[in-house]
Design a protein around this ligand. Structure first.
Ligand code: ADP
Ligand code: ADP
Length: 230
């Protein structure tokens, strides 16, 4: 039961920078895939195509049965399926934590405010931020803000969650709390594609690790295969 089927995806930035050079990846429902590889190899660009944040020129991407158009025409449809968490938390600084989480459900999903708030409070509780609901992002630590970003993405009830180096901007003591939230999500059966350098997380949580280099997937395997083969 494949929920992401990317086949032979090519992307150029401008006319001549060939950033994705024929990348294929299939992700099954409930699978956790970790993408690793050197900086600049195209990992972020690749997963951003799944959420229609990046156009691509050749190949095909099907997300839960929806074929992505190359020029981002079905962007709204796809963003309902796919939640994303970024390195920078991207919270709205002038909105409270609760408002950050309810914004999309109210304006995109058209949920009544009371329902959106109820769901948001449950999510904030799950990621351990409930006491901070009335505060503003600037009053929270980086680790707390990132957990709010996870709750915000989950509020849209996505089928797939993408993580783009979610711990890279955090102080070391805050990395664990974010990885724990991701671990819980994985154990609940969420389909996840994570770009991360966290080897411990990859070893313990990933079903599959893929290595990207210079615009191509060059290696893939279970964590055991991946980390034990030189
Ligand atoms: P990774 O996530 O593996 O670090 P990225 O996907 O962020 O790699 O970037 C791959 C390459 O594409 C890098 O060389 C980067 O500088 C380049 N790149 C990223 N975004 C743009 C852009 N908007 N325009 C031109 N080049 C870009
Ligand atoms: P970059 O890597 O280029 O610095 P990011 O990956 O942090 O940027 O974010 C890219 C853009 O996507 C930002 O302008 C951000 O506002 C926007 N964005 C934030 N949240 C979402 C979301 N859930 N879905 C789509 N786009 C988002």
């Amino acid at each position: 039961d494949a929920v992401i089927i990317a086949q032979d995806v090519h992307k150029w930035y401008g006319n001549n920078f060939h950033v994705l050079r024929g990348v294929s990846l299939t992700v099954r429902r409930g699978e956790v895939v970790v993408i690793m590889g050197p900086s600049g190899s195209g990992k972020s660009t690749f997963i951003r195509t799944f959420n229609a944040l990046e156009e691509f020129q050749e190949g095909s991407i099907v997300i839960d049965g929806i074929t992505l158009s190359h020029d981002l025409k079905n962007i709204e449809e796809i963003r309902r399926e796919v939640g994303m968490v970024f390195q920078q938390f991207n919270l709205f600084p002038h909105l409270t934590i609760l408002q950050n989480v309810t914004l999309a459900p109210i304006w995109v999903r058209r949920w009544p405010k009371a329902k959106a708030e109820e769901v948001a409070m449950q999510l904030l509780e799950r990621v351990g931020i409930l006491e901070q609901a009335k505060k503003y992002p600037g009053q929270l630590s980086g680790g707390q803000q990132q957990r709010v970003a996870i709750a915000r993405a989950l509020a849209m009830q996505p089928k797939i969650m993408l993580f783009d180096e979610p711990t890279s901007a955090l102080d070391p003591e805050m990395v664990r709390e974010v990885l724990d939230a991701m671990r819980t999500l994985a154990s609940e059966g969420m389909t996840m594609v994570c770009v991360t350098h966290e080897v411990g997380f990859a070893r313990e949580v990933a079903d599959r690790v893929v290595l990207m280099s210079d615009g191509l997937l060059v290696e893939e395997g279970t964590p055991e295969e991946f980390f034990n083969n030189p």
